[in-house]
Design a protein around this ligand. Structure first.
Ligand code: CUA
Length: 349
């Protein structure tokens, strides 16, 4: 839909933006229609049924069930159409696709720090290729901020101690606004930047023009050494006194309390800052907390390193799975769908 002639409307530059606009135009259209309908009927009745003489007494009017049913059912159907349309867009937008490029975003009073998995870092700028799905994994060093790109019609809070995600696919090369959309202190209004959408070849050139920087996974590996993670989890995540980390990301983990959870970003972060919260089956509460010793940026780097570790031959942390003969070990599952099946199977057992 061509919307550039409408004043104040931001440019439309993602696969989502046209859909969001269409919903908003529908809401606006319905509102305008009913405003006009109600006002014209009101005006008509005021004139038609005006009091014509000072002694006039109106005749009582009988109610109509038909009419009342009609004016309840029609608005109900309209309201539900808004709900269904909005919910459908919401779910589409809140589930990042599997094959997206991942970019880490850390908010901080008052700037946006961005790290690409290839090592490039930017501040208050985000370079992305056109026509590729991009998933943002976001957190903050201090207070709540909100990562908002109006041209893509996406916006999500970044919350201390948590990872939130959002995704987009840019459709038009260009430079777009980036805002913080949550009041976060004195220079909140200055916490702005730009998103640069480039043709894929330009983007590749841009990436290769910044190669002197370490990828988050490599930086994470160094932290893994210097913080001493290596002494319990092994140099390549093969495990030891601590559970093996190789291939763990995205897979089900069996806990001491009998629960099974998926090793996602939030779980790995929690296991670093609050290791006692969820103990892997077969391991004691011996890991010290790294709360306060590690910044959010460093956490993101360790996360990238753990994600990059290859799966190990043996899976010390999954005794429940190896105990069954029918289920293959979850570490070897090939797809998220299979993971989910493994998880539900394990729960059932
Ligand atoms: Cu950060 Cu407002």
């Amino acid at each position: 839909m061509q919307t550039s002639w409408i004043p104040f409307i931001p440019p439309s530059a993602s696969t989502l933006s046209g859909k969001v606009d269409a919903l908003y135009f529908y809401l606006t259209g319905v509102t305008i229609f009913f405003v006009l309908l109600i006002w014209s009927v009101l005006t008509f009745f005021v004139i038609k049924y005006r009091r014509r003489s000072p002694h006039e007494i109106p005749r009582p009017v009988a109610g109509s069930h038909k009419l009342e049913t009609l004016w309840s059912v029609i608005p109900f159907v309209i309201a539900m159409s808004m709900f269904a349309w909005g919910a459908q867009l919401y779910f589409q937008n809140s589930r990042p696709p599997q094959n997206a490029i991942e970019i880490y975003v850390v908010g901080k009073q008052w700037m946006w720090k961005i790290q690409h998995t290839t090592g490039q870092r930017e501040i208050n700028e985000l370079h992305v290729p056109v026509g590729r799905r991009v998933k943002l994994i976001m957190t903050t060093e201090d207070v709540i901020h909100d990562f908002f790109i109006p041209a893509f019609r996406i916006k999500a809070d970044v919350v201390p101690g948590r990872y939130t995600t959002q995704w987009f696919e840019a459709t038009k090369p260009g430079t777009y606004h980036l805002f913080c959309a949550e009041y976060c202190g004195m220079n909140h209004s200055g916490m702005i930047g730009q998103v640069v959408v480039m043709e894929p070849t330009d983007f590749d050139n841009w990436l290769s023009g910044n190669t002197n920087q370490q990828s988050p996974a490599v930086a994470g590996q160094q932290l893994y050494q210097t913080l001493g993670c290596v002494s319990c989890h092994g140099a390549s995540g093969e495990g030891g006194r601590g559970p093996a980390l190789g291939g763990v990301f995205g897979k089900p983990v069996f806990l001491n309390n009998g629960q099974t959870i998926k090793a996602d970003e939030a779980y790995i972060r929690e296991s670093i800052v609050n290791p006692q919260a969820k103990l892997v089956n077969g391991f004691g509460p011996i890991m010290p907390t790294f709360q306060g010793q590690i910044s959010e940026e460093q956490l993101v780097q360790i996360l990238a390193f753990i994600k990059s570790l290859p799966a190990q031959g043996t899976q010390a942390e999954t005794p429940a799975a190896t105990a069954t003969t029918t289920a293959s070990p979850p570490a070897r599952s090939a797809s998220p769908e299979q993971d989910r099946q493994e998880v539900s199977k394990a729960k059932f057992l």
